[in-house]
Design a protein around this ligand. Structure first.
Ligand code: BMA
Length: 368
């Protein structure tokens, strides 16, 4: 090779090393967001990241105690993924639908980023037609009403403006925008929310998704977001993809599926769905995640090793996130807490050798 060629190759390699490929949803994603996107796939070689909703805010019997974490109190380390809820932000409220100040969410989210953890945001926006909660699924016109040309479209823009204000303020100490995994309009294969499959058509759902991504990215200029698609239980790959907005609008393929003993078999159903998800992830070239799961109240003391572990083992998931431990509802918890009967089993799950589970302190640098 001549000297010039060597120099070009070296420069190209350096450029590649510095700038990972952009995620599908945003060619202008920031360097840290690109790195997170790439590392979500890479990290699966080391293990699956463990996530917990609202972990840093409160736990089973405490709230707002700096540094506390139910997960850490059980296994000695913080979760690798922190979930946060934005419901209520769209109305301009200072607190979420779970009475958490958004300023606290922003502060603790940025602190988690500073320690190297990953952040994901869920959003339960109110019904734009009725003003009731996200769970008001009585009508079939709410989604159409917020699309361009709809009666509530201007209102929806103000919602996204507020969302963008929050997302744009997520900055590290040095001013770097903090990358987040945003997971809007989740569980849409269910019928529990006004954007569910009984409440809007596939075209309306896709239009809503694309408008939302386009508005946050192009109108609001946000480039620190990865978009996560997270249906509820699904029958087959066709059902999973029925309302998919397209590869250029989604970065991570997710699944929300709760263990509800009376409704379905978590073991066989979970294995089936996560295997399909793994195949879809390969086909579409995207990382996959078990974006919400858990057994409310964890009545089985060996739930972690006997139910969750067999279901996630070998599925190539980037992360698995269990839902929140409410501080004000004693039976509404999905994560471990010190003193609960499943605590020892959670430690065994955390340390298991079959399917390594990663916590914050075990993470590689996810942002480089
Ligand atoms: C639900 C429950 C609710 C909560 C909502 C948003 O699954 O935990 O209590 O308001 O998530 O966090």
């Amino acid at each position: 090779m001549n000297k010039l060629l060597i120099m070009i190759c070296a420069a190209t390699l350096t450029a590649c090393a510095q700038t990972p490929p952009a995620p599908a949803s945003d060619p202008q994603a920031t360097a840290e967001t690109r790195a997170l996107y790439r590392n979500l796939s890479r990290v699966t070689r080391e293990g699956v990241l463990f996530g917990h909703q609202d972990d840093a805010l409160y736990g089973h019997d405490w709230k707002y105690e700096e540094g506390r974490s139910d997960v850490k109190e059980c296994c000695g380390d913080y979760p690798a993924v922190f979930g946060w809820e934005l419901g209520g932000l769209e109305t301009g409220a200072a607190q979420s639908i779970d009475q958490v100040p958004f300023a606290e969410i922003a502060r603790l989210l940025c602190a988690a980023y500073g320690r190297g953890a990953v952040n994901t945001l869920s959003w339960h926006p109110q019904n734009p037609e009725s003003g009731a909660s996200a769970w008001d699924g009585k009508t079939t016109t709410a989604v159409a009403s917020i699309l361009p040309g709809g009666a509530n479209h201007a209102l929806y823009r103000t919602w996204l403006d507020r969302l963008a204000g929050f997302l744009g303020r997520l900055k590290a100490a040095d001013g770097t925008p903090v990358p987040v995994l945003f997971r809007p309009f989740h569980e849409h294969t269910g019928t529990g929310f006004w954007w569910g499959e009984a409440q809007c058509t596939p075209d309306e759902f896709r239009a809503l998704w694309r408008f939302t991504v386009g508005y946050l990215r192009d109108t609001k200029g946000l480039h620190n977001i990865l978009y996560v698609y997270s249906p509820d239980l699904f029958r087959d790959a066709a059902h999973y993809m029925e309302r998919y907005p397209g590869d250029e609008w989604v970065d991570v393929l997710g699944l929300d599926a709760y263990h509800r003993q009376q409704d379905w078999d978590f073991r066989s159903g979970g294995e089936r769905m996560l295997s399909i998800l793994q195949a879809l992830g390969r086909e579409h070239g995207k990382p996959t995640a078990f974006t919400e799961t858990g057994l409310e109240g964890i009545p089985d003391a060996q739930w972690w090793t006997q139910w969750l572990l067999p279901v996630i083992r070998g599925k190539g998931l980037s992360y698995v996130l269990v839902w929140r431990n409410a501080h004000d509802r004693p039976t509404h918890f999905f994560g471990p807490w010190r003193g609960h009967a499943s605590e020892d089993d959670f430690r065994a799950f955390a340390a298991n050798g079959e399917q390594p589970v990663l916590f914050e302190g075990q993470l590689p640098d996810m942002y480089r």
